[in-house]
Design a binder for this molecule. Structure first.
Ligand SMILES: [Zn+2]
Length: 389
């Protein structure tokens, strides 16, 4: 619905301008008829929008705008409509033609460039869009628009160095709302460095991200994993503990590596204490299951069963029941009915996605920092609840 309202915002001036021009140009009688016609067309278009039929609405608004297409504003709105309707070639031609007009002011030229850049982006012509927005950087008052679009282009090209440079330049020009985005780009660079086996560069990028945003979960998690690989148990535990404290949504991501680091350090007391604390706050079941494992190892199976059964009464979860089944009926003592229930629970857990994007609802089975569906950053999180983590 947001798109529809944006469309409405775009079209109100078109309809108003058309009505005004018609009223100014025509004879009294015919202009009166035309204004009435425009008004009724306008409300017909509005009605389509309200009924969530944007294609029909665009059709009506095009009919309103086309006869009076000589003003720059109407041309820009028309081009925008073509683009929204998927007629990108037509939008490109229209916007390119604007540059052949004599006496285009710098501001008007900037507006036309912005629209043409949108066309190129929509058509997937990233090189052309990039060149155009670089030109736009020279136009007074259009630098921020150009930088925002360049950041978008560099993200699509996965050119993280250029994306960081553009975002930093945008910040220098007064818009620092992208600081988390810069941190994400640094984490992407860290991933690439790790793929090349260059841990030191990766560490540098991640520390840079934490310099931008001190409690940046993704960078902490990645640093923790690097330290774990390097067998720097104390450092690893420190990073994972910080993640758990600053962002309870990601507790399920740190329970296993944190327990591994504490096990290597021989610090079982701290492991018990942390799992107990986290399991009180966490909405998922990962830390509870961690605590159950520790309890089984240190106090025996019965104590673990008792703890888990108690907690499952308070907050049931499929993963918890599955663990309870293993504790109560070890595979060696398996009966047919128990094996059947175990099988069903496994299938249930296997089918369920483990993560969900809070913005678009995409439900992957792996953690993505950049949602593949809506392209937002940091919106995919572990699912909590009955069948979640
Ligand atoms: Zn998404």
């Amino acid at each position: 619905m947001i798109v529809e309202w944006m469309l409405l915002g775009l079209l109100v001036p078109v309809a108003a301008a058309s009505g005004y021009l018609a009223g100014r140009r025509g004879s009294d009688k015919s202009s009166g008829r035309r204004v009435t016609h425009l008004t009724s067309s306008y409300f017909r278009g509005l009605n389509y929008l309200l009924n969530e039929q944007p294609d029909k609405a665009i059709e009506v608004f095009l009919q309103i705008a086309e006869p009076d297409s000589d003003t720059l504003e109407t041309q820009l709105a028309l081009g925008n409509l073509f683009r929204r309707r998927g007629e990108v070639d037509r939008a490109i031609r229209l916007h390119q033609n604007l540059f052949t007009r004599p006496l285009l002011s710098a501001e008007q030229r900037g507006l036309a460039l912005v629209e043409l850049g949108e066309d190129y982006l929509r058509a997937g012509l990233l090189d052309r869009a990039e060149a155009l927005y670089k030109d736009l950087l020279q136009v007074e008052g259009q630098q921020q628009v150009a930088l925002r679009q360049l950041i978008e282009i560099y993200q699509r090209e996965q050119d993280w160095d250029s994306a960081i440079a553009a975002a930093e330049r945008l910040c220098e020009s007064g818009d620092c709302s992208n600081v988390e985005l810069i941190a994400q780009f640094r984490c992407e660079l860290a991933d690439l460095a790790l793929q090349d086996g260059d841990r030191e560069s990766a560490r540098g990028h991640l520390l840079g991200a934490l310099g931008d945003v001190p409690d940046f979960t993704r960078a902490r998690l990645q640093l923790g994993n690097i330290e774990l690989d390097q067998r720097n148990w104390r450092q690893a535990a420190k990073h994972f503990e910080k993640v758990a404290k600053q962002d309870p949504d990601y507790v399920s991501e740190i329970v296993h590596p944190l327990l591994k680091a504490l096990h290597e350090l021989g610090d079982r007391r701290r492991a018990h204490r942390l799992m107990r604390e986290l399991s009180q706050r966490e909405r998922g079941s990962a830390s509870l299951l961690g605590l159950v494992d520790l309890t089984e190892q240190d106090e025996g199976r019965l104590a673990a069963v008792q703890l888990l059964a108690e907690r499952l009464h308070e907050r049931p979860s499929v993963r918890g029941v599955r663990r309870l089944l293993d504790l109560s009926f070890p595979p060696a003592e398996d009966r047919e009915s128990v094996a059947l229930v175990r099988d069903i629970l496994d299938k249930l857990l296997e089918k369920e996605p483990t993560y969900r994007c809070g913005r678009c609802g995409f439900r992957p089975r792996a953690l993505y920092w950049h949602c593949p569906s809506c392209r937002n950053w940091g919106t995919v999180k572990p699912i909590h609840g009955l069948v979640g983590d």
